[in-house]
Design a protein around this ligand. Structure first.
Ligand SMILES: [Fe+2]
Length: 311
């Protein structure tokens, strides 16, 4: 928890995870899907990494993208990205990929950026769920118009292999959102293993902001951001929006490097009150995924909750 995330009065309950859980709580689930490249670059042939192993992606004669000579690797294209997973352990439950419709002809990608960083995987994923992350790390004037502290209220509900937050406040933190009008509806879904899907729906306008963390090697991750919009003319802004997205990811990378320089391996995790609840859910969801099998489906530990904090 940071000082900027003070829980509101009467909400300072402490929670912690056991120091020696029955299953490992750290690290990336091995059986899950992760994006490993852009579809456009994979069509040309590209070398990438997942869980410390090199992956060579090529286009087969029939047009599909695959990883020749790696029979224990599954590869699919979804939302303009190539996703891969290792066939690791029979009977393990695999969280589903994002919807097929995103990135399709009617909902094209209008920005893409990626940044590699030497950082702890879980710390990088916590940046996707921690409510303090955006106001503390992403401080561009055009994104966060005011530095004034406000009480924020969000409704959280379980969603497949994670949870979804809906803002209950009448204001938007980001100036960019104010442009979408008062009728906008913004939801932010987190889905295991490391996918954040922000959806903005307004009059005649839909936008999806996808952010992911890929474990490329022990102590190394790739952060990716892709934005999809229902307004095709927005594609003309691809270079500009991609540069802005990259600036966001560089801010993430900078803070992760600072964490990395001060990290104490094996330090017990402590979660304080409402601002840390999504981080606690992240670890609880990951533990639930580790327990899930074909006979015992994923039991989502998240309960519908209203969380409030000052940020
Ligand atoms: Fe971020």
């Amino acid at each position: 928890m940071t000082l900027a995330q003070a829980p509101v009065a009467g909400d300072a309950a402490l929670a912690s995870l056991p120091e020696r859980p029955a299953r490992p709580r750290f690290g990336a689930p091995l059986q899950a899907w992760y994006p490993v490249a852009r579809e456009a670059e994979a069509l040309q042939g590209v070398r990438t990494h997942l869980h410390g192993r090199a992956i060579i992606l090529r286009r087969y004669a029939a047009g599909a993208i695959g990883a020749p000579h790696q029979p224990d690797l599954m590869v699919v294209v979804r939302a303009g990205l190539v996703w891969a997973r290792h066939l690791h352990g029979r009977g393990q439950v695999v969280p589903p990929l994002i919807e097929d419709s995103i990135g399709g002809g009617h909902f094209p990608m209008i920005a893409y950026s990626e940044v590699k960083v030497e950082a702890d995987y879980d710390q990088a994923v916590l940046g996707l769920v921690d409510p303090a992350h955006v106001p503390m790390v992403h401080d561009a004037w055009w994104w966060r118009g005011s530095t004034k502290r406000r009480v924020k209220t969000k409704q959280y509900a379980p969603s497949p292999f994670g949870f979804t937050a809906t803002a209950a406040d009448p204001f938007a933190s980001a100036l960019a959102y104010a442009l979408t009008g008062a009728s906008r509806r913004i939801t932010i879904e987190f889905r295991l293993p490391s996918t954040r899907i922000e959806r903005v729906e307004a009059e005649g306008f839909r936008l999806v902001n996808l952010t992911t963390v890929t474990p490329t090697a022990p102590g190394s991750v790739t952060l990716r951001n892709a934005i999809y919009c229902s307004l095709s003319p927005m594609r003309a802004l691809h270079p500009l929006l991609s540069a802005l997205g990259r600036a966001f990811l560089e801010q993430d990378a900078r803070i992760l490097r600072r964490f990395e320089s001060r990290r104490v391996p094996g330090h017990p995790l402590v979660f304080v009150g409402a601002p840390d609840q999504p981080s606690l859910w992240y670890y609880q969801c990951k533990a639930a995924l580790g327990r899930a099998t074909e006979d015992a489906p994923f039991a989502n530990p998240v309960r519908t909750t209203v969380l409030q904090w000052r940020t």
